[in-house]
Structures are given as structure tokens and as C-alpha cells.
Ligand binder design. Sequence first.
Ligand code: UDX
Length: 451
Amino acid sequence: MGSQPHVLVIPFPAQGHVAPLMKLSHQIVDHGIKVTFVSTEFINARLTTTMPVNSPIRLVSIPDGLEPGDDQIDILKPINNFEEVKPDHFKDLIEKINESDDDRIICVIADVAVAWAFNVAEKMGIQSAAFWPAGPATLALVFLTPKLIEDGIIDTQGTPIKNDLIWLSKEIPAWKSSDFPWSFPGESRMQNLFFQYVFRMNHTVKLCKWLLCNSFYELDSLALNLIPGIIPVGPLLLGNQLENHIGSFWPEDSTCLSWLDKQPEGSVIYASFGSTSTFNQQQFDELALGLELTGLPFLWVIRLDIANEALSEFLDGIRSRIADSGKIVDWAPQEQVLAHPSIACFITHCGWNSTLEGISMGVPSLCWPYFTDQFQNKSYICDFWKVGLGLNPDENGIITRQEINTKIKTLIIDDGIKTNALKLKQMAKKSVTEGGSSFKNFESFIEQIKH
Ligand code: UDX
């Protein structure tokens, strides 16, 4: 008769959601709990190719209702299909595990964006925990949407009624309506779809016993205080799993680490824009020329999924020009890169994971947000924590080579920003070290689910 506690972890099928839940899963396994990680067939196939064969995490998949040829990385598709197709598969999976495995499921940990999983768990009498993969300020906004509607601040489509600036509290950066995670200027159908999705999270999340998030109390206590019952357990980092390349959709190109070893300390610009951001060719050109103008070595991640013929030619051109003074990779071991002593700054799209990783490694950021929560993360980085600078597009919506060159040079000599970044790095480390706030929160969560 087996007796090991067993949890099911289910992420929303996108890189920025899978990665932190995989890190959380490893921490859970380290506490003697068995973890089965449930993802869509498409994501599961990707994880299977990048995860080590001896991973302690068991991967299983359920269908996502997408047709062959559907764009599986487009996050709108899962939003549309998710709720209709998945709950039954998920229920069947739990039943099957409980019938065949001695280690019965004691808890379901699901991404807040997979709200239906909580309904399934509740109906089956299984306790559940919600996991929020983005920043506390965004979760506070999500939580307060019913109140904002009730108070006549936004309408039922998520559009502000009177003011364009929404203050959730006087002490933290206000939300500009254009920065709302559901804001898609000129695309009202998309905005409505996202807003309704966000709004529904409010109800279902109330079914869970715990609400975890990837942050730490000292980083944003004011926003965290707006969310009843929130349990910050971050920053979730690879830590001793660093070598295991866990949770990546693309194989990591580790040759950049030996290239970094050859660069002077504090000299390299690292540019990486997460798993979904894209640029047009003009913007690629400006970024390449801006990086070259600085005269500094750079490491630039350009994902293979955005490659096309024009881009291949562009890359060949830039590779022959820069020789060894720059390096371009398809996907980097980002945490190891950011922790490398040669890194001077991080040009980032401000996805929450990248934001936390930059903070945890004490690297100043140059912010280039793209969509959803990234604009608010930029406000925090630049105006609240003061650990970075923002890039501003010109009147044609392009961030020019001059802007890139000037801001990089300003950023790397700014001692105030460097000092703030190092302070946050220490705070982050302390929070996950024995006795720290996130450390204690996580231990207490584990004790509770075990009993
Ligand atoms: C998405 C949203 O964009 C983001 O705003 C939200 O907060 C989370 O979901 P994504 O765009 O992928 O995420 O960005 P981010 O949150 O930064 O996550 C990317 C992850 O991929 C990070 O953990 C980063 O370390 C990793 N990564 C990125 C690599 O491992 N290698 C790379 O080359 C680039």
C-alpha cells in the first residue's frame, strides 16, 4: 500500500505559466510529495523533449480540443477551447490515477487561468490551490474588478468610465487603462474576451483553499495586502535544478555560457523578449543597429518560431558583421545567463518571470513591454523599485537605434539603479532562505496539504 502524498499540477498552456509551475513542482517533490504535471498534448510533447529523462516529475497530457494545424502557441485558442473540452478529461484522469495508483491525489494545484480545474476538484472532494504566475499588482487588479464595476470606475467590458488612471491604493503605481492586461486597443472583441476571462477567475478562485503567487512579501507588500489570503512563495528559481533545463518549450543553447565566460565582467547586454513577443523587420534592424552602436558585447535571444526567410537573411548579415562581439541564440538558459558576472543589463519585455529573474540576479533592466501585464511591470521596474529605465517608441511606434544606444549607456553607469538592484537581489535571496518570508510560507503550505 503506497502512502506518498500526491498532487496534480496544471498550468495554463503558455511558457510563462508552465515555467514557474514546473519550478514549484520541483520544490514540492523535494518535500517528499509526488507530483504529476498535467499539460496539453502539444505542450507535453515539448516538455518531453527538453526535460531530463530522470526527472522526478511525472508528465501527463490531456487533449486541448485544438485541431491539427491550429496555432497552438496562440494563447487565445486555449482560452476558447479550454473550458468546453478539458474538464471531462481532467476528471477522467484523476479517477484513473486514483484507481490505479496507490498514491491518491490529495491536492490539485492549478494556474488561476485554469479556473475550471477548481470546479472539477471541488466536485470530486479534492482540496485545491490556485497559483498566480504574474505580479501581485496584476492579481490585485483582477481581484478588485467586481468592486471597480460596482463603484462605477470601469464598465462590464473593463473600460474606464471616468478616469483613465485607476488607483487601487495611493501608494502603488496607478493603472493606466491602456496598460490593463485585457487592453487590446482597436480590438474590442479580443478585449471583451480577455476581460470576461479575467472576471470569471474571481468566482472560481474562491473555491480553492490556498492562493499562491510567485513573488515575495518584501517586494510588493502594498499590492499583496490588497489580496486576501495570498501566499507569496517566490521568487521561484531553478536553484539546484539549474542544470536540468526544466519547463522550457525550446532546447536551451548553452554555448552562450562559454561565450559569456570570455567577456569582461559587467560588460554584456542581454536582450530577450520571452515566449510570445514579436517584432517587425524594421524594429529588428533598429535593435541590431542600436546594440552595435553601443560598442558593447551583446547576447540576443531570437526564437526559432518567429524565423522566416527575411529574418534568416538578416541574421546571417548581422552574424557576419558582429563576428565574436555579439551572440545570437534561439533560446538561452536565462537564469544562468542573468546570474553570469559578465552581464551588465537586461533588455526585457517585462514578462513577470523575466522581471523576477532580473531582480533575483540584481541585473538592471531596460524595459520594452509588449502586452498584458508587462506595461505595469515596467512601471514597477522604472518608477517603484527604480531598477531600470523604459524605452519609448517614436511617433511611428518604433524604438530607434539612438534611443536604444543612449538608454543602455545611461543605464549601465547609473549607480543609484545598480544599488537598488543589488538591494532587491539581497531581499529576494533572503525571502527564500531558511527563515525568510517565502520560505516559511512554502513550508507551511506543504505542511497543510500533507495533513
Ligand atoms: C507570459 C507573459 O508574457 C507575461 O507577461 C506573464 O507575466 C507570464 O506569461 P512570457 O512572455 O513567456 O510570459 O515571459 P516571462 O514571464 O518572462 O517568461 C519567460 C520564461 O522563459 C522565463 O522564465 C525565462 O527565464 C524563460 N526564458 C526566456 C528562457 O529560459 N530562455 C530564453 O531564451 C528566454
